[in-house]
Design a binder for this molecule. Structure first.
Ligand code: AMP
Ligand code: ZN
Length: 105
């Protein structure tokens, strides 16, 4: 948990963000500035700055399975996933997250 991290604050419940899904290791919520009709973020409960800092293979697998879990939950069969890593690639929030973007359910 990082004091000044917006996603850690969301996970802590500071903004009463509605979670589309929560499990033991991640939360999923809607992106505040959606780039597609359906745009969710899968965010690990553990604060890791980016993919470059992640040394936990098991967690990465669990996050991808969370993508499966949440898309199945909302009936989204077709979607894109994206991980921005580093400023130059467009990463704005330095707490690892997987974007899920889809057009229709
Ligand atoms: P990235 O550019 O990969 O770091 O993505 C950060 C994403 O987080 C952007 O798509 C933002 O719209 C989204 N975002 C930032 N703050 C919030 C928030 N408070 N609630 C939901 N999404 C957020
Ligand atoms: Zn964080």
């Amino acid at each position: 948990m990082e004091e000044n991290c917006i996603f850690c604050k969301i996970i802590r419940g500071d903004f009463n963000t509605e979670f589309v899904l929560e499990n033991d290791y991640a939360v999923v919520f809607n992106d505040i500035n959606p780039a597609a009709p359906i745009h969710m973020l899968v965010v690990p409960k553990l604060h890791v700055e980016s993919l470059n800092e992640l040394d936990n293979e098991e967690l990465l697998g669990k996050l991808m399975m969370t993508v499966r879990e949440v898309t199945k939950k909302i009936g989204l069969n077709s979607y894109k996933t994206l991980i921005n890593t580093g400023k130059d690639a467009g990463q704005e929030v330095f707490h690892l997250h997987i974007h899920i973007m889809g057009d229709k359910k």
